[in-house]
Design a protein around this ligand. Structure first.
Ligand code: GRF
Length: 221
């Protein structure tokens, strides 16, 4: 069993491609003191993604990197890793980052890249997970925070939340219900890392309890 991180405030790097509601929820948790972390940099692969403006408004360093400017994924990821190292990032949260992560990245931040997926993994991987759930006819779906590995939405699971699926749900209404839970669990999962409570045993994530001080008779006056 390995401990992924020692306790201490996270030096977070966020990668996102879109609207950034998960990014916002993470920032709010930091502002409220619920999550011990500092966002060192927000990187987007999409020019003009709303998340870039959201980060700038909060005074967070932003960077747009166009993958098309590189000959291959490796060069693109090498630059990203360089920027993340420069910003002293020690853990990464993918928040609606619409790209598969390659070996360069995975090696640089082994077991320290997290993602949130809008389904109860291992069900409904990939795009349109909420639509897949509605079409399949499951009665419950939800969201999953997981450690990123070389597969698609296949890494060790840190935390999940469940929501019901109703008969009159469509992709949009289910997405909305799931999103509320995404905002509720992503920062909580990150906080477990900040507390140094996350261990990995094979592909199972084990969350250790925080040691509580033993109260002895002599210490109670
Ligand atoms: C979320 O549904 C997340 O689960 C998925 O992409 C979406 C991103 O939404 N990975 P937002 O950009 O955080 O609002």
């Amino acid at each position: 069993m390995i401990r992924i991180m020692e306790p201490g405030p996270l030096q977070l790097g966020v990668l996102a491609s879109g609207r950034g509601s998960n990014f916002d929820a993470i920032c709010d948790a930091i502002d409220k003191g619920q999550l011990q972390a500092e966002i060192k940099i927000l990187i987007s692969d999409k020019n003009g993604a709303p998340v870039l403006q959201k980060a700038a408004n909060r005074g967070i360093k932003t960077l747009f990197v166009n993958p098309q400017d590189f000959t291959g994924r490796e060069d693109y990821e090498r630059l990203l890793v360089e920027k993340l190292h420069e910003a002293r990032v020690n853990i990464i949260a993918l928040a609606g980052y619409m790209r598969l992560v390659g070996p360069i990245f995975l090696q640089a931040y082994a077991n320290r890249i997290l993602n949130i997926h809008p389904a109860l993994l291992p069900s409904f991987t990939g795009l349109h997970a909420q639509r897949q759930a509605v079409e399949y006819g499951v009665k419950f779906s939800g969201c999953t925070v997981h450690i990123v590995d070389q597969g698609m939405d296949s890494g060790p699971i840190v935390m999940q939340a469940v929501v019901p699926v109703y008969d009159d749900d469509d992709e949009e209404s289910l997405s909305e219900r799931i999103l509320e839970q995404e905002h509720n669990i992503y920062w909580r999962a990150l906080q477990l890392f900040a507390q140094g409570r996350v261990y990995l045993s094979q592909r199972r994530v084990i969350i250790k309890q925080i040691a509580t001080e033993t109260i002895t008779k002599s210490s109670v006056v």
